[in-house]
Ligand binder design. Sequence first.
Ligand SMILES: NC(=O)c1ccc[n+]([C@@H]2O[C@H](COP(=O)([O-])OP(=O)(O)OC[C@H]3O[C@@H](n4cnc5c(N)ncnc54)[C@H](O)[C@@H]3O)[C@@H](O)[C@H]2O)c1
Length: 342
Amino acid sequence: MTTSKSEIKETSSFEKTFAGKRVLITGGLGFIGSNIAHALVEMGAEVTVLDALLPLYGGNEFNVADIKNKIKVVIGDIRDEKIVNEVVAGQDFIFNLAAQVSYIDSINEPFLDLDINCLGHLRVLEAARKFAPQTKILFSSSRLAYGRIMTTPVDESHPTNPVSMYGVHKLTAEKYYRIYFETYGLKSAVIRIPNPYGPRQQMKHNKYSIVGWFIRQALEGKDITIFGDGKQERDYLYIDDIVSAFLKVASSDKTNGEIYNIGTHERVCFVDMVDAILAEISTGKKTHIPWPKNYERNETGNYIADTRKIKRAVGWEATVSLKSGITETVEYFKDNKEQYWK
Ligand SMILES: NC(=O)c1ccc[n+]([C@@H]2O[C@H](COP(=O)([O-])OP(=O)(O)OC[C@H]3O[C@@H](n4cnc5c(N)ncnc54)[C@H](O)[C@@H]3O)[C@@H](O)[C@H]2O)c1
């Protein structure tokens, strides 16, 4: 791949922001966190990762194996006040990504979701207020904060009526970040992520990160199961674009508690995403089955993000097409599948 002039300019401006800076990534052994860690190490940041490696989620030491001598890894929980206070102290930037990520589990285990996704985040915010008041803190929220979609594309003023506890708790945590900015001046921003995919995504189960799960099914020669006709539209965003959104917002002065959507603007049906995977993996097949009972209750309707706000604020827009993102992802997992199929 060739590097464009604008990419070179962008990388050097990120280097100016992050080189030599202390950065904490919670959930940093997971998919998005570990990809942010790689980008920051490249830029010369002093990275600390805090991750509890809870078995249901995507934390995986292999995700940082090639940079493990260049970062500090702390195995610990964002709900643990002592550890959090220690790792947060003096950080210049905090990417607070640790989470219970499954909306399905959030319905069955609402207290666990509340504990990690609200109390855990409050713990980190309190530590930042006390021990790193100059820090900039970014929070990874979700399209599921919107709940049922009324109109697309969805901008940040769309009503928020989540249909899962995960969505409710993400929305609640978003408000903590704004309040910490308004009350204490703690610089913060919230990024609402649509359907992410790419290297280092968990492939252990299909409770979230469906693209990774389908790639696994196809590589194993199994059927990819599509509920209904698969015509529901989603916004599939490649990991490099997600990383650049986080870095752009963190390196800007637009960290005043604002919420930003990110997304591609591509209207991609679920079945098109499956076809893009099958175009890369000839062993895969797809079948359609009726929607299981109760699934419709959590279906939000078509989702496409309106990303004009983040473009206006920091000049971010997605650059990776679904086709090339899937190609890169499949290549990564073909090479490393034994590290993810546990
Ligand atoms: N994957 C998605 O579909 C998706 C979509 C929108 C938003 N997000 C958000 O992006 C963030 C990162 O998700 P991801 O896709 O990288 O998932 P992931 O499961 O790969 O990463 C989450 C990480 O958090 C860690 N973790 C969980 N609970 C913890 C705790 N109490 N203390 C410390 N670490 C803990 C896990 O071990 C894991 O490494 C999350 O906040 C998630 O809600 C994810």
